[in-house]
Design a protein around this ligand. Structure first.
Ligand code: PHB
Length: 385
């Protein structure tokens, strides 16, 4: 007699014969593998895979199958790249991306297709603000968070005036806005906001302007290859010793080897630091260095690692049955993540509530100085969840 299987029954039968209750979980990485953020994408993928490997190659008993697309940090290609993973590859979970503009397109595609999205970097405030959504989570930060923490520290340091400088897209705008908010609340004044288009690195005219404005301090958002060049140019322009340069910690994370002497002493704020010296972080760093000896265990690696932990928390709650989307998402939202950065929970909007550290560059380390702001939650302005 001819047997007729439903689609699901057939998939289940196949998976059962492979020794697991369900088919492998399909994870789609949409990350930059080229351009100024290429190293960041690589570190995120490494971190994610490291966590899965530590669990014996499975999450909550499920095999993991990987797909990937290079998004080139190009927002205009965002919808097409997202749909390669969603429609062509049929992934269950999206993990992406680094660039806030690309992440906006990715979040829209995830919402339209009701796909679960874990953002392992991009801080676009809107994604966990007015556009917040039950299927979207971050293992990283909102752009507001490090900026807000650094503004508070600058005011504590006694600085009264500051110039902010960044690329003119969401991340730069929101990071410097966060700085301005806490700095001005404490009595400081941002006298000028300077920008250039992403991913340009023609910093010279802007550095000349900073020299003539003579603020007490400069706050910046740059990352990846652009951050390497900015820190080098700032020092070469002779500004490093006269006007303290602060940043969201991306300025010096994963970049110190290339920045060398020009980065020494810089103070930045971020949700990760070198020298936390906790058993959890030490174990992560040891495993990471063993697996990826050429790369520093940086914030991006941690965010990738924690994206895998978040997915695992969701999968555990549904015994690996990813068709139970609501229950899986509820479990992710209420999870406590045992991160190398320190334990964190997620806000209602799906963004980490986490300590923001002040770090200072010493040698090849972003050395932990102190907790700048404890358990900082993004205000999630406009989120209606
Ligand atoms: C962003 O576009 O949100 C972004 C990019 C790189 C970073 C941090 C934030 O290091």
């Amino acid at each position: 007699m001819k047997k007729i299987f439903t689609h699901t029954a057939l998939a289940t039968a196949l998976a059962l014969s492979a020794g697991s209750a369900f088919a492998a979980v399909k994870v789609g990485f949409m990350l930059p593998y080229s351009g100024t953020y290429a190293k960041l994408g690589e570190a995120i993928e490494n971190g994610f895979k490291l966590y899965v490997q530590e669990q014996g190659g499975k999450l909550a008993g499920q095999e993991v199958q990987y797909f990937k697309v290079d998004d080139e940090s190009n927002p205009s290609k965002g919808p097409e790249n997202a749909n390669r993973l969603i429609k062509r590859d049929g992934v269950d979970i999206l993990v992406g991306t680094v660039h806030s503009g690309v992440a906006m397109a990715l979040a829209k595609a995830a919402n339209d297709s009701d796909t679960t999205l874990i953002i392992p970097n991009a801080g676009a405030d809107a994604i966990t603000g007015p556009l917040c959504s039950k299927n979207v989570f971050r293992s990283s930060f909102s752009n507001w968070q490090p900026g807000y923490a650094m503004g508070a520290v600058a005011a504590e340091n006694g600085d009264k005036t500051a110039v902010t400088i960044s690329w003119n897209y969401a991340a730069g705008k929101e990071s410097t806005d966060g700085f301005k908010e806490s700095f001005e609340k404490a009595g400081g004044k941002v006298v000028k906001h300077l920008t250039l288009p992403f991913p340009n690195v023609e910093f010279q005219p802007l550095l000349t302007e900073i020299a003539s404005l003579k603020p007490d301090a400069v706050y910046t958002f740059f990352a990846g290859g652009g951050a390497v060049k900015f820190v080098q140019d700032y020092a070469a322009a002779g500004l490093k010793d006269s006007i303290p340069l602060y940043g969201a910690g991306f300025l010096t994370d994963g970049t110190l080897e290339a920045q060398g002497a020009s980065a020494q002493g810089l103070q930045t704020a971020l949700h990760y630091a070198d020298g936390l010296d906790t058993p959890r972080d030490n174990k992560f760093r040891e495993d990471y260095i063993k697996n990826f000896p050429q790369l520093p265990p940086d914030v991006y690696a941690v965010q990738g690692y924690d994206a895998a932990q978040m997915l695992e928390a969701g999968l555990k709650a549904v015994d690996g049955d990813i068709s139970k989307k609501d229950a899986m998402r509820d479990a992710i939202r209420s999870a406590k993540i045992d991160s190398p950065r320190g334990e964190f929970t997620l806000s209602k909007a799906g963004n980490p509530v986490q300590d923001m550290y002040l770090r200072k560059v010493e040698g090849d380390k972003n050395q932990f100085v102190k907790i700048a702001v404890e358990k900082l939650a993004d205000p999630a302005r406009g989120c209606k969840l």
